[in-house]
Write a protein that binds this ligand. Structure first.
Ligand code: PNS
Length: 209
């Protein structure tokens, strides 16, 4: 028998059984009220391990549509990230430091719970190729089932970066390949530090700075 859909929690626009704590979160509520005059806000969530110019291109194009973009770094230790959340926050913040319309934050737990604490109207994701589609479709559908008022907006990655992913950047950097031009300079430096390439390899790569 088809089960009736759960009653919505009127305070949060969520089905009541979605794992959120009952009752109002006053801090979040206040933050949301403060944000009320921010205009159209989009959340751009991801692991950003590390941030690439593909991600940055999406944020820059989103700023032409939205008044504010929140880059939300997921604290997901299960994914065994190369960079700690603090390192990722620092790299992303450094890049966007002169763009007040970009806010950089991190979150733990469900994305829909984090979104509810902000004034965002949409989740933003980049799509590189059809191979991304299935994963993104599942994620967007799950998020929409958790909060039926929340949409995911997809932007096609620019043709210059469609082959760039954090995973391949890490692999290339780990094996001593150059990733300049695909990630910000600070990220290049942090990758070099992480992988501590031997001096000979650094010389060969012109990295002996
Ligand atoms: O850059 P990524 O790794 O593709 O980003 C994935 C991310 C962080 C957006 C996704 O894993 C996420 O939203 N994690 C938070 C946990 C959550 O809400 N999961 C339910 C959605 S399926």
């Amino acid at each position: 028998m088809v089960q009736p859909r759960p009653r919505k929690d009127p305070e949060r626009n969520f089905p009541a059984q979605c794992g959120q704590k009952k009752g109002g979160n006053n801090v979040a509520k206040r933050k949301k009220e403060e944000d009320e005059d921010m205009g159209k806000v989009a959340i751009y969530p991801g692991s950003f391990d590390p941030i690439t110019y593909g991600h940055i291109d999406i944020v820059e194009r989103a700023l032409e549509i939205f008044d504010k973009v929140i880059v939300a770094i997921a604290e997901n230790e299960e994914k065994r990230p190369l960079f700690s959340v603090e390192e990722r926050l620092q790299m992303v913040r450094a890049f966007f430091k002169d763009i007040p319309k970009v806010m950089v934050d991190s979150f733990k737990g469900l994305l829909v719970d984090y979104v509810a604490k902000t004034n965002a109207i949409v989740i933003l994701r980049g799509l590189r190729a059809t191979s991304d589609f299935e994963y993104e479709f599942h994620m967007a559908s799950m998020n929409r089932s958790l909060n039926t008022h929340l949409d995911t907006l997809f932007m096609m990655t620019s043709k210059d970066y469609f082959f760039v992913s954090s995973r391949t950047i890490k692999e290339v950097a780990r094996l001593g390949g150059g990733v300049e031009g695909l990630v910000p300079d600070l990220v290049v430096r942090r990758l070099k530090e992480k992988f501590k390439l031997p001096v000979t390899k650094k010389k060969q790569m012109g990295w002996d700075d």
